[in-house]
Design a protein around this ligand. Structure first.
Ligand SMILES: CC(C)(COP(=O)(O)OP(=O)(O)OC[C@H]1O[C@@H](n2cnc3c(N)ncnc32)[C@H](O)[C@@H]1OP(=O)(O)O)[C@@H](O)C(=O)NCCC(=O)NCCS
Length: 278
């Protein structure tokens, strides 16, 4: 069965690109919906990044970034990577602005021990959490309140040494399941497992310092994806919800958050163009 058929159909894709007319206003909060209006606990916004943007349009998107973010964008060697970074960070700021009703350029981030960015927020404010992922062709931002959250997007066309990487990052049970599949299904399953694993390790903020082989996902099961933790991980598997999504053919998204399975997630497509005219 193709992996797409295993994904939960409960919350459908929707295009959210109706932008208000008029000139670009970098500080605007208009484009993306807030969690309360979506009636969900987790929103995952995604957009294609293989789009044609003039340098003026890219500058409009970059106008909401901080000076450091703009400087980082400038350091990319390839235009494609620069554009992906700028769209991802503009999407992040727009998605946060939509929740907090403040200008997109007003957010300040601090970076945790393993490089995880978090929002600097006033004491007592409702704690807005997020995570960001980008790969050539697709950018994604997940937002929620309070809960640890992680997201990952990958292209299944990405060139990876499947066997050595699999042995390093997948548990024995995951490897066994993967190898039992017909060859033509293994690539999709590999990236399914990979994105799930990255979403979880990003949610706990540990990145690759986490013991990856102590985490087992049953990717053949329908969403929410069952997870098991083995020592040295002492986390409670029942406390986590993991969901997958195919944003476009050839890409996989996984999102992990600390919350029960009754919590709702919405996957919402937007476009770089819509972010431009916000
Ligand atoms: C955090 C990490 C796990 C993700 O990296 P990645 O897949 O290359 O990149 P993604 O696009 O998914 O995520 C990058 C974003 O996550 C955020 N991030 C950075 N460190 C993070 C951490 N420790 N926890 C959560 N989020 C983090 C940042 O916003 C970053 O974007 P930015 O640099 O533009 O600000 C990274 O530590 C890494 O080294 N990845 C290597 C990938 C790998 O080999 N995975 C094995 C399969 S599990």
């Amino acid at each position: 069965m193709p992996v797409e058929d295993l994904l939960a159909p409960a919350w459908q894709d929707r295009q959210w690109s109706q932008a208000p007319s008029g000139p670009a206003r970098p500080g605007s909060t208009m484009t993306l919906p807030a969690l309360h209006s979506l009636a969900c606990e987790v929103a995952v916004f995604f957009a294609r990044s293989e789009v044609t943007l003039s340098s003026a349009q890219q500058a409009v998107l970059a106008a909401v970034l901080s000076r450091d973010e703009r400087a980082r964008a400038e350091r990319f060697r390839f235009d494609e990577d620069r554009r992906t970074y700028v769209i991802a960070h503009a999407l992040l700021r727009r998605a946060l602005a939509a929740q907090a009703s403040v200008p997109a350029d007003s957010f300040v981030f601090r970076v945790g021990e393993h490089g995880r960015p978090e929002l600097e927020q006033p004491q007592g404010a409702r704690r807005l959490r997020f995570n960001l992922s980008h790969t050539r062709g697709c950018v994604v931002v997940a937002v929620t309140y309070h809960a640890d959250i992680g997201v990952d997007v990958e292209s299944v066309e990405r060139r990876v040494e499947h066997e050595p990487v699999g042995r390093r990052v997948f548990s024995d049970a995951e490897l066994h399941e993967l190898q039992a599949l017909p060859a033509q299904q293994q690539r999709a399953r590999f990236f399914d497992l990979w994105t799930l694993k990255e979403a979880y390790i990003k949610a706990i903020g540990q990145g690759l310092s986490a013991p990856l082989r102590a985490i087992t996902f049953t990717a053949a099961a329908p969403d929410p994806v069952p997870v098991r933790f083995d020592p040295p991980i002492t986390d409670d598997a029942a406390a986590w919800t993991l969901r997958r999504h195919v944003p476009f053919a050839g890409y996989r998204i996984a999102v992990a958050w600390r919350g029960d399975h009754a919590q709702r997630v919405r996957f919402i497509e937007t476009t770089a163009e819509a972010l431009l005219t916000a």
